[in-house]
Design a protein around this ligand. Structure first.
Ligand SMILES: C[S@@+](CC[C@H](N)C(=O)[O-])C[C@H]1O[C@@H](n2cnc3c(N)ncnc32)[C@H](O)[C@@H]1O
Length: 369
């Protein structure tokens, strides 16, 4: 999808009566593009580079737009113009100018997100490597770590940017304290979260009420067993046609007991029973997920009686049996959990003595329907 945003007079004043940096750049580049003299073209590019550098020197954060994104974006425009200066022919030089102009004037988005691929360099925060080393937990707004076992908000943050568009519907089959739903509310996605635990949903409700809803989206919490509920009926209840992104962050079997409820996957009697639950949910999600959309499964492994149980890969396999295509296996670091922090030395001793490694990672499996 490509659209032109520069139909307007590029020198039109903004609401404060001044011409924006982007408007000035567009004006200059359009003029340069029309030049037929190679030397004049290069001179004008040099002037434009000076203009941009001077502007950035005066406005180090380029307060006109989101600072991080715009800094990288400005850097990529500069890089393009410097490439144009090095070109050996007028045509090649014009090609680079046109490219810079395009990134300023047209928006190119795909079917499953709102990223403008004409400005793809302006998303340095989006991870594209399969190894995620995420720093401190985001505690902004309503996010908090009070629900033991909740994931860091950076996980849904990354997923929503890559795999959803504004106003899409996101389903979280293990909503817990609502981390995914908070992120959805913040970024203009509608959300549906299911959880078996009333206690978790009460926390989620409080969290959501503490988070602003700048885009006026919907967030629904459902107290149900994700392995038994009909997702079609659930969607119908809220007037939703289909889901655009589904997230599963189940218990890592019995590592953390979430409740006494026997339907709780953390109470599954054995690994087969746990995996049956995972497969049932993947099956149900398949029936409501739009074609080509994504399902993310966040899960870790566990030790039992001195043996590494590859819960992650077992679960991945169950989801694939339901006809999804595996798109990525991400390995993400995690911090030492509260319980284990005081016992770090003990764990190191045990690892050395017992011939094993202390868990420091979990997985995010990405599947496409
Ligand atoms: C790892 S936590 C999810 C945390 C969530 N991502 C967050 O950030 O708060 C797993 C959740 O699964 C829920 N759960 C376990 N078995 C379930 C089931 N059969 N149906 C629905 N929820 C279940 C637990 O109550 C728990 O809240």
């Amino acid at each position: 999808m490509e659209s032109d945003s520069a139909g307007l007079d590029v020198r039109e004043n903004d609401k404060h009566g001044s011409i924006s940096k982007d408007q000035e750049l567009i004006y200059r580049l359009k003029k340069i593009e029309e030049l037929e003299n190679f030397k004049t073209m290069k001179d004008e590019i040099t002037n434009t580079i000076l203009f941009l550098k001077e502007y950035l020197f005066r406005n180090p954060n380029d307060s006109a737009s989101v600072s991080n994104e715009s800094n990288d974006y400005n850097a990529s425009i500069l890089e393009g113009l410097e490439q144009a200066l090095k070109a050996y022919s007028l045509d090649r030089c014009r090609y680079y100018v046109r490219r810079a102009l395009k990134s300023l004037t047209s928006v190119k988005t795909g079917k499953i997100n709102d990223l403008n691929m004409n400005r793809w360099k302006s998303y340095p925060d989006i991870i594209t490597d399969s190894l995620w080393i995420v720093g401190k937990r985001d505690r902004s707004g309503a996010h908090n770590a009070s629900y033991w076992g909740n994931f860091i908000p950076q996980i849904p943050q990354q997923l929503l940017k890559r795999y959803t568009k504004r106003n899409d519907w996101v389903l979280d089959a293990f909503a817990g304290s609502g981390t995914t739903l908070i992120e959805c509310q913040r970024t203009g996605r509608n959300s549906l979260g299911i959880d078996l635990s009333e206690e978790a949903l009460n926390k989620a409700k409080i969290n959501l009420s503490r988070e602003q809803n700048p885009y006026g989206v919907e967030a629904h919490l459902v107290n149900a067993d994700s392995t038994a509920v009909s997702y079609r009926d659930l969607l119908a209840k809220y007037g939703i046609n289909s889901i655009h992104l589904a997230i599963m962050h189940p218990p890592y079997w019995d590592i953390i007991k979430f409740s006494e409820d026997e339907r709780d996957l953390s109470n599954a009697g054995n690994v087969e029973q746990f995996l049956q639950g995972i497969r049932k949910i993947a099956h149900e999600i398949h029936s409501v997920l739009e074609e080509e959309r994504y399902l993310a499964l966040v899960i870790g492994d566990k030790y039992s009686k001195g043996e590494w149980i590859p819960l992650g890969f077992y679960s991945m396999n169950e989801v694939m049996k339901e006809g999804y295509r595996l798109k990525s296996t991400i390995v993400k670091n995690f911090d030492v959990t509260r319980g284990k922090k005081s016992q770090q030395e003990l764990w190191r001793y045990r690892a050395l003595a017992g011939g094993f490694y202390v868990f420091k990672h979990e997985y995010i499996f990405l599947f496409q329907k």
